[in-house]
Design a protein around this ligand. Structure first.
Ligand code: NAP
Length: 501
């Protein structure tokens, strides 16, 4: 039934402007907000408007929930087999693949992400659609040996129902597909609330989901610049059975509290404060490569970006010198050009936070090795890639997540000190370390208080691996086969009084 794209669908490759939407998607209809309000989407490189989208109201969001509920209960969705859902996801994956250039251009225009990174994100984000298309067919139950004769214990997994997905601006596509792929594979329907800064990528992939034949109401996208009341509605509506959120710890805590009343399933992927430890035994070139990819991807605006660099005394000078050279060579500018490696920060709030943290460290006697200033000649939101050493534990660069292109370096003497400092935070998303000492590798990997560890590696995300944190970095896991768990309920069926003889 859904095996392949038909020839019409294959030939219908949308051009860039056909993918840029100016309406939201509710119940298969592309609509304005009920009060006709809109908000602009701008390019952070120069502040120019690149589009506008509906500023949906709470009532509009309620309509989207109603549509998702109706779709969940509809024959068009409920009667599909896991294989049918898998095939729909495969079609969506194919269409995203065919439109990867156009989607990457939209992403770069609204987020400032360099085009090569945007292309990389389309590949990465789409890998979740492919992965969950495959996983859809492997959501197995169990038959458990019963302690009572003539009885069977059957365990099955069923979709939870409507899931609300709230996503950030730093990965405008991947944070949506990582959630929606899993939800749809499980048989849920979704209402997506993309970030105010990057709604166009979300709408573009929703358009492709429609083209792929995903039934109306299964994916709804509510664009708004008034997130709080809509988040509140998601928490309070009895028709929303699960909330998956990626964003700040502050908002995550609020949603967690508000969702408690309805005892909802909650998956939270929140902020980190990743340690990056370089031991004396490390291969320094490898460690510097890892530092560059972990820190400067998306201008340092990723939740798994290394935040505090701990470098052992014996290797410290060499590491700092090599890193300085690499940072000075970075190409900064408008990410539309393929040689650019660092774009602008996403918005003024982010810029003020990054520059404020560097000033705070400077005032506490930290040393600025390179950078440490804005780059107004490039644009109001550009900040120079920066390396700061001698960062004291009282500096905001140490205690908080900078979410910008700033490397904060702290010298340490031995492994115990490195571990104590690395774990000295209430966050626990990712952690990295570089060591060629096998005993140390296992010791440190086990003792780091994080959900994900990169050993001699700065880039660790993959659809196949469980993504998520401990402590205040979140609950639940996305990607991997565990990514389905937040979208299914376990049901136990007791079959009694069976006659076997
Ligand atoms: P944010 O302010 O928490 O926003 C994330 C999303 O939540 C956006 O869609 C935002 O809408 C929405 N939102 C804001 N206030 C809300 C509320 N009261 N109720 C419901 N929704 C609300 O975070 P951000 O500044 O975009 O992203 C930066 C943070 O996200 C960093 O701390 C980073 O570490 C974290 N992050 C974590 C991961 C992960 O996987 N763990 C991935 C990426 C980012 P608006 O855009 O309209 O404000």
């Amino acid at each position: 039934m859904f095996g392949r794209l038909n020839s019409v669908q294959i030939s219908r490759i949308r051009n860039f402007s056909a993918l840029v939407q100016s309406k939201a998607l509710v119940n298969g209809n592309w609509i304005d907000s009920s009060n006709n309000d809109t908000f602009d989407v701008t390019n952070p490189v120069n502040g120019k408007k690149i589009g506008s989208v509906p500023n949906m109201t709470v009532q509009d969001a309620q309509n989207a929930i109603n549509a998702a509920k109706q779709a969940y209960e509809s024959k068009e969705w409920r009667s599909l087999t896991a294989k049918d859902r898998s095939n729909l996801l495969k079609k969506w994956h194919k269409l995203i693949e065919q439109h990867s250039q156009q989607i990457a251009e939209i992403m770069t225009a609204e987020s400032g992400k360099p085009i090569n990174e945007s292309k990389g994100e389309v590949l990465y984000g789409n890998s979740f659609v492919e992965w969950f298309a495959e996983e859809a067919r492997r959501i197995y139950g169990e038959i458990v040996p019963s302690p009572v004769a003539n009885r069977e214990i059957i365990v099955m997994k069923q979709p939870i129902g409507v899931a609300a997905l709230i996503t950030p601006w730093n990965f405008p596509l991947a944070m949506i597909t990582r959630k929606a792929g899993a939800a749809l594979a499980a048989g849920c329907t979704v209402v997506i609330k993309p970030a105010e800064d990057t709604p166009l990528t979300a709408l573009a992939v929703a358009k492709l989901a429609e083209d792929a034949g995903i039934p109306k109401g299964v994916i709804n996208v509510v664009t708004t610049n008034k997130a709080a009341p809509i988040g509140d509605l998601f928490c309070k509506s009895p028709d929303v059975r699960g909330i998956s959120f990626t964003g700040s710890t502050q908002v995550g805590k609020l949603l967690f509290r508000n969702a408690a009343d309805g005892i909802k399933r909650v998956c939270l992927e929140l902020g980190g404060n990743a340690p990056f430890i370089v031991f004396d035994s490390a291969n320094v070139e490898k460690a510097v490569d890892g530092a560059m990819s972990s820190k400067f991807r998306n201008c340092g605006q990723t939740c798994v970006s290394a935040n505090r660099f701990f470098v052992q005394a014996g290797i410290y000078d060499k590491f700092v010198a090599l890193l300085k050279q690499r940072v000075e060579a970075l190409k900064i500018g408008d990410g539309q050009s393929s040689d650019i490696q660092i774009g602008p920060l996403i918005n003024k709030m982010q810029y003020d936070k990054v520059s404020g943290f560097v000033e705070d460290a400077r005032s506490k006697k930290a040393q600025i090795v390179v950078g440490g200033t804005g780059l107004p000649e490039l644009g109001a939101l550009f900040y120079a890639p920066t390396v700061v050493t001698d960062v004291p534990p009282t500096a905001q660069l140490y205690t908080e997540e900078v979410f910008g292109p700033v490397v904060s370096i702290i010298k340490f003497k031995d492994e115990a000190e490195a571990l104590q400092k690395a774990n000295d935070t209430n966050r626990g998303l990712a952690g990295y370390f570089f060591s060629e000492n096998l005993q140390q590798v296992f010791r440190v990997a086990k003792r780091l208080e994080v959900g994900m560890v990169g050993v001699n590696e700065g880039l660790i995300s993959a659809a196949e691996a469980p993504f998520g944190g401990v402590k205040e970095s979140g609950v639940g896991r996305e990607g991997s086969h565990h990514g389905i768990d937040d979208y299914v309920d376990i049901k136990y069926i007791c079959m009694g009084n069976l006659k076997y003889d």
